[in-house]
Design a protein around this ligand. Structure first.
Ligand code: NAD
Length: 469
């Protein structure tokens, strides 16, 4: 298997490479080309050179090219999914789902058209509010959904008329490199470039004077670093950062109905989802019954390598995250937490941790206060609704939250008091390409998806016209 950087529509050779680890074995399975700062400069120059022609193309033509890329991605779905599964760890069928979801996202996003607003003036003049592309967009992606998140960043940026330099996470660069090769068969040279590397190249993107905007998905500390580094030329920023989403279960909820849903939205992608349920607050009256149900579901889940057709949940994606999840589980036990399922790493070389449910923990314990981003779910008992709301709203994160109840009106009133970018009732983490999604507080700045998301790649330009124009 060989991989390439694509810069200016062509392969850009690299002297150095780095190892990509299979999380199911903990061993290297491929070498990836490593970009230098010079590669980054070339990529930005190529994107800058491609910008005038790309931004001048009518939006319908840009959309048509993006749709032909979506078709090509569909044709290569199986090969790409096998590669994605290998480097990320998720089951092949989940990797297929990620690519199919990406294709759906491209097609839906390609249908958006930024409006031109017109305001008539009393003197007969007119104001038009246009939306203009920004120039070169730098995209920096994480390792949990490498293909999908790249699509979330890049497609609206390109549709809006910008050109792009993308940097995937060094943990999961390969499917992204392949995808950019495929895209470049359909897009003009220089419109979508890709470089690799970690902090040096990421902060190089954030600092680069010829990049106008950075879109980043990843941890909150890295988001802060990007904000600092981007200040030099007042970069526009969209930051999708960490979350520690609470689910609040009210006393009238139906345990049988909600248990499988809470389970699915806590453990999807082995808990490595920004807006997964990361802590469940259960009313006293339901606590034991619901905790038992969640534990039964967790214990029955099949955790294994992504290429085993029986696997439902893959390993934690990388060693650092695996060690972190283990440390949080150990700390929970030390604080008096009781594991109803899991709690100890699985034997073997890979980064396997079973789906785990821990009770008798509370706010102030690390497993509740910190974002685990892995398959360990803390369950917290509560008795007073106002108190639980305050606990759900404590902390710096504010990505999502949910309320679960048979009384939808009561749940909706409570959900609206959650300090988060998206609040769900009897659901969690449901997202769509046409609905804005973003973080409150320190979970981010700006939104993705829909026309609000597209606006993040556009600059408003007000044009004042005299009467008769
Ligand atoms: P991370 O912040 O360590 O890395 C993300 C990306 O940033 C990587 O490509 C990395 O190379 C790059 N990077 C690292 N340091 C940088 C710097 N100083 N300047 C520029 N780029 C730099 O995050 P991660 O470990 O890959 O992802 C896990 C975290 O991401 C979790 O906290 C999770 O909640 C969050 N996340 C959020 C969302 C969301 O939509 N809000 C989605 C997925 C993941």
């Amino acid at each position: 298997m060989t991989f390439q950087l694509t810069i200016g529509g062509r392969e850009s050779p690299c002297v150095e490479t780095f190892a990509v680890i299979d999380p199911a074995t903990g061993r290297e399975f491929a070498q990836c080309p490593l970009a230098t700062v010079e590669h980054l400069d070339h990529a930005v120059a190529a994107a800058r050179a491609a910008f005038p022609a790309w931004s001048a193309l009518p939006i319908d033509q840009r959309a048509a090219l993006l749709n032909s890329f979506a078709e090509a991605l569909a044709a290569e779905c199986d090969d790409l999914a096998a590669l994605l599964s290998r480097e990320q760890g998720k089951p092949v069928r989940s990797a297929v789902g990620e690519i199919q979801g990406s294709i759906y996202w491209i097609r839906t996003t390609a249908g958006f058209r930024p409006p031109v607003e017109r305001i008539d003036q009393p003197d007969g003049g007119r104001i038009e509010i246009h939306r203009r592309p920004l120039g070169v967009v730098g995209s920096i992606t994480p390792w949990n959904f490498p293909v999908m998140i790249a699509i979330w960043h890049v497609i609206p940026a390109l549709l809006a008329g910008n050109t792009v330099v993308l940097k995937p996470s060094p943990n999961t660069p390969l499917a992204t490199l392949r995808m950019v090769e495929i895209a470049n068969r359909h897009l003009p040279a220089g419109v979508w470039n890709v470089v690799t590397g970690d902090v040096e190249i990421g902060s190089g993107i954030a600092r680069h004077p010829d990049i106008n905007k950075v879109v980043f998905t990843g941890s909150t500390p890295t988001g802060r670093a990007i904000m600092r580094d981007g200040a030099g030329n007042l970069k526009r920023l969209t930051l999708e950062l960490g979350g520690n989403d609470a689910a609040i279960v009210l006393p009238d909820a139906d345990v049988d109905t909600i248990a499988p849903q809470i389970f699915a939205h806590a453990f999807g992608n082995s808990g490595q989802i920004c807006a997964a349920i990361k802590r469940v607050y259960i009313h006293d009256s339901l606590h034991d019954a619901l905790a038992e149900r969640l534990a039964t579901l967790a214990a029955a889940a099949k955790v294994g390598p992504g290429d085993d057709p029986d696997t439902q949940y893959g390993p934690v994606q990388n060693r650092r995250q695996y060690d972190y999840v283990r440390a949080l589980a150990e700390d929970a036990r030390k604080q008096g937490g009781r594991f109803l399922a899991g709690g100890e790493p699985l034997a073997g070389d890979g980064y396997f941790f079973p789906l785990s449910v821990v009770v008798d923990v509370t706010d102030g314990n690390r497993i509740v206060d910190e974002e685990q981003f892995g398959p360990v779910l803390p369950i917290i008992r509560y008795s007073d609704v106002e108190d639980v709301l305050a606990r759900a709203n404590a902390g710096e994160n504010g990505l999502g939250g949910s309320v679960w109840s048979a009384d939808v009106g009561r749940a909706a009133a409570l959900a609206q008091r959650l300090e988060c970018g998206t609040a769900w009732v009897n659901h969690h983490a449901k997202i769509s390409p046409d609905i804005p999604f973003g973080g409150a507080k320190q979970s981010g700045i700006g939104v993705e998806f829909g026309l609000h998301g597209l606006d993040e790649y556009l600059q408003l330009q007000t044009v004042r016209l005299p009467a008769g124009a």
